[in-house]
Ligand binder design. Structure first.
Ligand code: HPA
Ligand SMILES: [Zn+2]
Length: 355
């Protein structure tokens, strides 16, 4: 049972752990207040009377019911400044949560289909991320993600449209991802475009095993050659696959609040994160679309600690995994591991609950 008396000490402890966020859609960090401000700034009509009315609409019964609202909400993003402001708002929040590195997914097709230039999307995010890197010391990478409900030809055209910007943004744009509605859009649909991205030297990730079956996780590994699986919680349904994830230490970027809000699970105590972790899966905790799912990364850690009985050591392992599963170079990973060990050594347990 959640112990509210432990909450403040637990929150301070989790916030202080140096951690990476590896599954974050920047469009999903757009809070209703900023959405309204951008709508006003750009003369875009929102079909909601107020911020509160918009928040009330955030009741989802599936991934698709969320995606419909999420793509509509992204319609307020028009200018370079809009992408900058949204990214800066997320980074300020990440700093509060002790995030030292973030790998941000973005969906260019959501914007280019509305006539927003690819360059506008990159420029706004990059201006914020470079500023934050020098002012707050938080590092970041960008993962350009293809929308899987669209065709592979559309993904290929999107890649070609972005490639001329690669040199200009090479300090940030290091990866390719795959998101949007999973059911009926198996990884194999994108085998050729992912092969091209691999040949170009991009790091590869894909959403799989969120709503879709464990087979999609295997296909993402075998047909797309991804290094990391976004979500992957349904891998548990296939014992052979699960053993492979453990043996090969293939990271899963798990998003507990997302799974709850999109009804992948019925309640937090049912989440399989603790089971996966205790079996030796390289699981990480992330927020996915924090403005829509009711919490940022630390909120996700805390919900898991309270509802799944994670120990202090398991919380530390989650932070360690987030660094290990990142695409940072080894020297930077080592610096973060050392800072993490130092914090843990200097801060006797405020929170000792066991499973
Ligand atoms: O959780 C998600 N799944 C698939 N696509 C998404 N796009 C934003 N969030 C998600
Ligand atoms: Zn996601």
């Amino acid at each position: 049972m959640p112990d509210t008396a432990l909450q403040p000490a637990l929150r301070t402890f989790v916030r202080s752990l140096p951690k990476a966020e590896l599954h974050l859609h920047i469009e999903g960090s757009l809070e209703p207040e900023l959405m309204f401000e951008l709508a006003r700034r750009n003369g875009v009509d929102l079909p909601y009377a107020s911020v509160d009315a918009l928040r009330l609409a955030y009741a989802f019964d599936s991934l698709q019911s969320f995606l419909d609202l999420y793509y509509a909400g992204a319609g307020v993003l028009i200018t370079e400044r809009d992408f900058h402001d949204m990214t800066m708002a997320y980074m300020n929040r990440a700093k509060e949560d002790g995030v030292v590195h973030v790998e941000i997914m973005f969906d260019p097709q959501t914007h280019t289909a509305r006539g927003v230039a690819m360059e506008t999307v990159f420029a706004g995010m990059a201006r914020a991320l470079r500023k934050v890197r020098s002012s707050m010391g938080i590092t970041s990478y960008l993962i350009l993600s293809f929308l899987r409900h669209l065709t592979e030809a559309d993904a290929m055209a999107t890649l070609e449209a972005a490639l001329p910007l690669r040199e200009q943004y090479k300090d940030l744009w290091i990866g390719i991802g795959l998101d949007s509605g999973e059911r009926g859009n198996p990884p194999g649909k994108f085998a050729r475009v992912f092969a091209r991205c691999k040949a170009l030297g991009f790091r590869l990730v894909a959403h799989a095993g969120e709503e879709g079956p464990a087979d999609y996780v295997r296909d993402a590994l075998d047909l797309l050659q991804v290094e990391r699986i976004d979500h992957g919680v349904r891998s548990e349904e296939d014992a052979l696959l699960l053993q492979r994830l453990i043996d090969q230490q293939i990271p899963l970027t798990v998003c507990p609040f997302s799974n709850l809000k999109l009804q992948v699970i019925k309640s937090m105590p049912q989440h399989n994160l603790a089971r996966l972790l205790r079996l030796g899966v390289m699981a990480t905790v992330n927020s996915d679309d924090p403005a829509y799912f009711g919490g940022y990364v630390v909120d996700n850690y805390i919900a898991c600690a309270e509802h799944l009985g994670l120990t202090r050591h398991e919380l530390v392992v989650l932070a360690q995994n987030s660094i290990a599963a990142s695409f940072l170079p080894p020297e930077q990973k080592n610096e973060h591991f050392q800072a993490l060990s130092a914090y843990v050594a200097e801060n006797p347990a405020p929170y000792m609950q066991g499973p």
